[in-house]
Write a protein that binds this ligand. Structure first.
Ligand code: ZN
Length: 253
């Protein structure tokens, strides 16, 4: 499990969290050769979705969106009881455009969510450190620059949440990440009062946005579950013997 997108077991470069040196490297094949074992590869955010579904706030839910605030903004979707990968790389929530003609993003577009709501953008507003621990200190100190970032990040996340609700109608949106827990709590609190939209209905059983609870180990928990999840989770595609084009492939050495 690594940040970045996989295509047939190799990393594909896209966005600020990609590791350029690994681009195109046949990771799954090489590891499988060295280990003499089958190897599954997965994007860390998709693994976190599985971790959250099995061990966190997503337990018992069939449809949710997970937004991961880290160096960039990642995420994933759990739909009809399955992680959803689209044609292979779905879930790049951080590249939803929330500011037309906004800040330039390494993906080549402008105004992507992660240019405003990632920990990288929070550190950039402090302009004095690239150590995430600085965020916790700035929060404790009541640093007005971080307060301004929280308001701006929340405004962009609100646009993203409403777009996701309107398209996917999830039971809830789960907000997690690798930043200080208190910072993520502050961000979630600013999303409590969302504008009207498809997600705003009287029959709701859960808040529209909730905090992730599986903790920093969420991607690792999801990764450890991958072999069982891939083999055991019921899927119409498996029953119908439709070949899957997803990034995770079981390779038998
Ligand atoms: Zn982008």
């Amino acid at each position: 499990v690594l940040p970045g997108l996989f295509e047939a077991g190799s990393l594909v470069r896209f966005g600020s969290s990609s590791v350029p040196q690994w681009s195109g490297f046949p990771l799954a094949d090489r590891l499988s050769q060295r280990l003499d074992l089958p190897v599954l590869t997965e994007n860390d955010a998709t693994a976190a979705v599985i971790g959250e579904a099995l061990y966190g706030t997503g337990r018992g839910l069939s449809d949710f969106v997970y937004i991961h605030v880290g160096t960039g903004v990642g995420g994933g979707m759990f739909l009809d009881g399955q992680p959803y990968r689209g044609s292979g790389k779905a879930g790049e929530i951080g590249h939803l455009v929330t500011e037309p003609d906004g800040r330039l993003c390494p993906c080549g577009n402008r105004g992507c969510l992660e240019r405003y709501a990632s920990l990288g953008s929070a550190l950039a507003c402090l302009a004095e450190s690239d150590d995430p621990a600085a965020l916790g200190q700035a929060l404790a100190d009541g640093d007005p620059r971080l307060a301004a970032w929280l308001d701006e990040a929340a405004a962009h996340l609100r646009r993203a949440v409403i777009a996701l609700e309107n398209i996917l109608d999830p039971q809830t949106v789960i907000l997690g990440g690798t930043g200080p827990e208190l910072l993520l709590d502050e961000l979630a609190a600013r999303l409590a009062d969302l504008p009207r939209g498809l997600g705003d209905r009287p029959s709701r059983q859960r808040p529209r946005v909730v905090r992730a609870t599986a903790g920093l180990d969420t991607p690792a928990l999801g990764a450890a579950s991958l072999p069982v999840f891939e083999g055991m989770a019921p899927s119409f595609a498996l029953l119908a013997k439709v070949p899957r084009a997803g990034p995770a492939r079981l390779r038998v050495a």
